[in-house]
Design a protein around this ligand. Structure first.
Ligand SMILES: CC(C)(COP(=O)(O)OP(=O)(O)OC[C@H]1O[C@@H](n2cnc3c(N)ncnc32)[C@H](O)[C@@H]1OP(=O)(O)O)[C@@H](O)C(=O)NCCC(=O)NCCS
Length: 181
């Protein structure tokens, strides 16, 4: 589901290329790696309807930043599935973002995605609200990056402010921060 949600995001197209099928394949491997780490060290929230998974949020708690890498076997499978060029591009992007990552303790939204056919129905907002309520209860700020201008308004409406706009492979990416309430 997350692989489908991110298939057409600008950074996905820039890193993987024009083939939607290839982007989906590469994303599946990337999501598997992210979930391997998040399951063990982070927080996963799900939105479901009639036993169908429609949305997911993967977050890294203040105590686990930066998220430890996935198990070596998972990393190897990701490399095999994505191919060297795509895997090394994602690696370079991750390193660049890590350098810019805030040092202050915070919750990090590593991924938030909704099944494309179910977008615009409030599922993404509901998942994010669950995380933000917890961050507020604990008194922590929240941080994320996004590569879609449309998402900037979505996050601003929920208390985030743009810290900085950068470019990754020529794609605009917004780094966003939300103080706790
Ligand atoms: C961004 C995303 C998680 C939002 O979830 P959603 O369930 O579609 O959004 P919601 O229905 O909860 O909220 C819609 C609100 O966001 C805005 N919005 C942003 N992106 C949208 C999209 N692709 N479709 C519909 N609304 C979108 C709407 O204007 C709406 O504003 P409102 O709160 O003033 O009504 C989802 O569209 C998605 O998975 N996008 C692709 C992956 C992605 O970019 N994820 C974010 C990574 S940082």
């Amino acid at each position: 589901m997350l692989a489908r949600a991110f298939r057409d995001n600008p950074l996905n197209v820039a890193v993987i290329g024009d083939s939607p099928a290839r982007r989906l394949r590469c994303n599946r491997a990337g999501v598997a790696a992210l979930l391997d780490s998040t399951r063990r060290h982070g927080l996963l929230l799900f939105a479901e309807a009639e036993t169908k998974l429609l949305g997911a949020l993967a977050a890294v708690p203040p105590s686990a930043n930066p998220l430890p890498p996935p198990a070596p076997a998972v990393q190897f499978r990701t490399l095999l599935s994505q191919g060297f060029r795509v895997a090394s591009r994602w690696g370079a992007i991750a390193r660049r973002l890590q350098v810019l990552h805030p040092q202050r303790p915070h919750w990090y939204v590593a991924s938030l995605g909704v099944e494309p056919a179910a977008q615009g129905r409030g599922l993404g907002a509901a998942l994010l609200t669950r995380l933000l309520e917890r961050a507020d209860r604990e008194g922590f700020p929240t941080y994320l990056e996004t590569d879609r201008i449309r998402n900037v308004g979505f996050y601003e409406a929920r208390g985030f402010r743009v810290e900085e706009q950068i470019a990754l492979l020529g794609v605009p990416v917004w780094r966003m921060w939300r103080a706790s309430n």
